[in-house]
Design a protein around this ligand. Structure first.
Ligand code: BES
Ligand code: MN
Ligand code: ZN
Length: 485
């Protein structure tokens, strides 16, 4: 979606949209439109859209109103964002290629106007590349939004929001690509392209390098795959001498379960088992694109989990980079095996001030929280509440769950230091406990289990069906509100 700020609406654009708060007067509209909106029960509620036709300047115009709810709402930014996204959702495949968005209504601040544009742009992202026979009336038509009457300062606010949009779109793209296209090496290539010329520094470890470092857990997961595993780090130094914040993402480009093979129905979903790494890559692109004043490193453990003659077996014992040994009871609990080496390496390499990992780690997380909240686990209350707040502000919501020594006992192994699965109860918590064993004492750490959040079979306000982009905005906002000075 292209967004252009212009002085006057291009004469040949038929579709003209504006944002309306609950209770706003429509008196300046063509009377037939104002009556029509009333007759259609349009009252400016958040996300409500009205569409009517009117003759203006001798040609037929399609006029749309997007509701932003009550002006005084505590969620004003998100509500305005929803107005922008609802307008785009309505016209995305309507046949219209252009929209004029008149931001001179609804009493918007510059930041709120930028939120409307963010909603519009995010909702406009789609990826129909592989649909060569899609009927023309189902194809995305809307390509350009011409913004008129924007409050002063909107363009500056939009520069920053556009960086966030760019990062979120990158997350969606990575998640959408199927696993024959996106595997560890091609994930790295896509990142190299996306970060080219941005000033970010990219480090890649190949298998021999990881073997040298002793990453037996991560390498064990990738052992049954024809695709070589990779560790990817993207570093952004925008904050002087400060110790960095490190994000770590689970990047399992496909999770068959390995020898503990998953059942066929729904296995295709496991192409987005790299959602944690996708969120980290997208957040880094947002931070780099808006030149955030912070030191941040995104580390991604990239592997494919396949069954094969060379694959690891249930019962195998692997030695992690930290020296701790793990009894692999279930090869489908692979995410924690990837993350434990990524977390340990990230701490050794970068000595972080704080470390946050994201992973589509457990199905049990979806049972607990559904698709409304990601699970949040932390050894530090301040970090936990900062992340919760960033989630609330961006709509990438989180809900905290407990960790503690009683849960930790459940993953003691009789043959090694740790086993990679506990009993069925508290499956998401024991997975978090596993990761906690790889965190240095005194380092604030949070683990976000986003299994239910990265993909959706229904459209939402910032996504069409499919990849949601969850996590990119959350991490960007966390840095903006807590790390940047
Ligand atoms: N990638 C899955 C978790 C998952 C499941 C994410 C469904 C999204 C949707 C993970 O690797 C996994 O298989 N976890 C197992 C752990 C179990 C073997 C302890 C699970 O949740 O079943
Ligand atoms: Mn698995
Ligand atoms: Zn997995």
């Amino acid at each position: 979606m292209q967004i252009h700020f212009v002085k006057t609406a291009p004469a040949d654009v038929r579709l003209i949209a504006r944002i309306v708060n609950q209770g706003d007067s429509l008196a300046d509209l063509d009377p037939a439109l104002a009556d029509g909106a009333k007759a259609a029960r349009f009252g400016g509620k958040t996300g409500q859209v009205f569409e009517g036709f009117a003759h203006q300047d001798d040609s037929l115009r399609r006029v749309a109103l997007g509701g932003a709810g009550e002006k005084a709402s505590a969620k004003r930014d998100l509500n305005v964002e929803k107005a922008g996204s609802a307008l785009v959702a309505k016209f995305l495949r309507s046949g219209e290629t252009d929209m004029v968005l008149d931001l001179g209504h609804g009493d918007l601040s510059a930041e709120e106007a930028a939120s409307a544009l963010l909603g519009a742009r995010l909702r406009g992202w789609s990826y129909d590349k592989y649909r060569t026979k899609l009927a023309s009336e189902k194809r995305v038509s809307l390509e350009t939004i011409y913004v008129i009457n924007a409050p002063s300062g909107t363009e500056t606010a939009w520069d920053e929001a556009a960086a966030v949009a760019k990062g979120t779109e990158f997350t969606k793209r990575l998640i959408t690509e199927p696993a024959n296209i996106l595997y560890p090496e091609s994930f790295v290539e896509l990142c190299r392209e996306a970060f080219e010329g941005t000033g970010a520094e990219i480090t890649v470890l190949d298998e021999p390098a990881m073997e040298k470092l002793g990453m037996g857990a991560l390498l064990g997961v990738g052992q049954g795959s024809e695709r070589a595993s990779r560790m990817l780090a993207i570093r952004w130094n925008g904050g002087g001498q400060e110790k960095p914040t490190v994000f770590v993402g689970k990047g399992v480009t496909f999770d068959t379960g390995g020898i503990s093979l998953k059942p066929p129905p729904g296995m295709e979903d496991m192409k987005w088992d790299m959602g944690g790494a996708g969120a980290v890559a997208g957040a880094m692109l947002a931070l780099v694109s808006r030149k955030a004043k912070a030191n941040v490193i995104g580390v991604m453990g990239l592997v494919e989990n396949m069954p094969d003659g060379k694959a690891q077996r249930p019962g195998d014992v692997v030695t992690t980079m930290s020296g701790q040994t793990v009894e692999v009871l279930n090869t489908d609990a692979e995410g924690r095996l990837v993350l434990c080496d990524a977390l340990h390496w990230a701490q050794e390499e970068y000595d972080p001030a704080q470390i946050i990992d994201l992973a589509t780690l457990t199905g049990a997380m979806i049972i607990a929280l559904g698709h409304e909240h990601g699970g949040l686990f932390a050894n530090d209350d301040d970090l936990a509440s900062q992340l919760s707040d960033a989630g609330f502000a961006t709509g990438d919501k989180l809900w905290r769950l407990p960790i503690g020594p009683a849960y930790d006992k459940l993953i003691d192994s009789p043959v090694a230091d740790i086993k990679n699965v506990g009993p069925r109860p508290a499956g998401s918590i024991t997975a978090a406990q596993f990761l906690h064993r790889f965190i240095r004492k005194g380092t604030p750490w949070a683990h976000l289990d986003i299994a239910g959040m990265v993909f959706s079979d229904k459209p939402g306000h910032t996504w069409d069906k499919g990849a949601t982009g969850y996590g990119a905005r959350l991490l960007d906002r966390f840095i903006k509100d807590n790390v940047e000075g």
